[in-house]
Ligand binder design. Structure first.
Ligand code: KG4
Ligand code: ZN
Length: 338
């Protein structure tokens, strides 16, 4: 089954063609970083307008890359939440129009279920059940994945997401938006123990929940008393700040893996592209005896191949959305709570 995936939940317009939920024939992403960079964050109105401009070229690009025409597409999968409503509506309406005129089955996908599915693309996917750490710009959750679209959320952030902590930290350091990848790059030349930033909610009684807002405040105090660092001092701040985020993420994940006796762990979402997190989780896995699965960096950040994959499992189970499918700004990850 060839599924066309479409995604426009935040600041990436993306289209992809994926065969049977696993083999990627095309994966095209148009980023809006340049549109939002001057504002230090995503401006919803500008995001919607840029999606309107980009959606058809991206869709055409994906069909060209796959070497197929619309006649060969069997179904359409589209992100319908959570995200910026004005942004979501662009891919959603495009998907509905295509499904209607071509008479194709349509399915709406939860964005985080998309992130969870990236690991099934072109690789060696983890067996079920497994543990998943979802770390993106808007979400940080630890979930047990029992099946496609069948998850149990163990814990989530009480305030900022891990990606938000990276972005807000980067903004305080004058590194532009989005800052996660810049902090990652600068951290490589710094000392992760130079500054002791706080690790919030690491005691056992906080369970699988996370908190990152205090870390950002601590960086703010550091910048106020020492000024905005440059050169080696900047690298040290980036390395120490990144280390504080990574250490909490890894510590909580390995604790849950041990408690649930799970030997397979995936990390997904934009922050899973972080080289420090990837290395630290792999090292923890080697010590504790769990295997770590992580998509290549370009499949950690937003893309439509992951949406096509997630949609495929719903379509294969017979699920179909009507043409009244709507966007949802907030939408808890479908599944059970722990
Ligand atoms: O999954 P994603 O593309 O969009 C959302 O669903 O939110 O995640 C974007 C987030 C941003 O906060 C960005 O700074 C972060 O992922 N990110 C990184 C890296 N690459 C992207 N954070 C740390 N290190 C990276 N290499
Ligand atoms: Zn995302």
């Amino acid at each position: 089954m060839l599924v066309l995936g479409l995604e426009s939940s935040c600041d990436e317009t993306a289209a992809a063609v994926v065969e049977d939920g696993t083999r990627v024939l095309a994966d095209v992403v148009a980023s809006q970083n340049e549109v939002h960079a001057p504002y230090g964050g995503v401006v919803p109105e500008l995001a919607s307008r840029a999606h309107v401009v980009n959606v058809i070229p991206v869709l055409r690009g994906a069909l060209d890359q796959a070497g197929v025409s619309l006649d060969k597409i069997d179904a359409v999968a589209v992100t319908c939440g959570p995200g910026l409503v004005g942004a979501l509506l662009v891919a959603l309406e495009t998907a509905k129009a295509l499904a209607w005129v071509r008479g194709l089955p349509l399915v709406g996908v939860h964005h985080l279920e998309g992130h969870l599915s990236a690991v099934y693309l072109d690789g060696d996917p983890p067996p079920l059940p497994h543990l998943a750490l979802i770390v993106s710009g808007g979400h940080t959750s630890l979930v047990r994945v029992d099946g496609h679209g069948d998850v149990v959320e163990l814990g989530a952030t009480r305030d900022d997401a891990a990606g938000e902590a990276f972005d807000k930290g980067a903004k305080l350091l004058g590194l532009g938006y989005p800052g996660g990848a810049v902090v990652d790059r600068l951290a490589k030349d710094g000392d992760p123990h130079a500054i002791e930033f706080p690790r919030a909610m690491v005691s056992r009684d906080t369970g699988d929940a996370f908190s990152f807002s205090g870390l950002k405040t601590s960086l703010l105090h550091h910048v106020r008393s020492h000024g905005v660092p440059e050169g080696k001092a900047l690298a040290d701040v980036c390395a120490s700040y990144q280390h504080a985020i990574v250490e909490v993420l890894v510590r909580k994940t390995r604790r849950a893996a041990r408690r649930l006796a799970i030997e397979h762990v995936q990390i997904c979402g934009g922050v899973a592209a972080n080289s420090g997190l990837r290395a630290a989780m792999r090292a923890a896995g080697e010590e504790d005896g769990f295997r770590v699965y992580v998509p290549p960096p370009a499949r950690c950040t937003d893309n439509a191949a992951m949406i096509a994959s997630a949609g495929y499992w719903h379509l294969a189970a017979g699920e179909r959305a009507g043409l009244d499918l709507n966007a949802r700004a907030s939408w808890p990850l479908p599944g059970r709570r722990a």
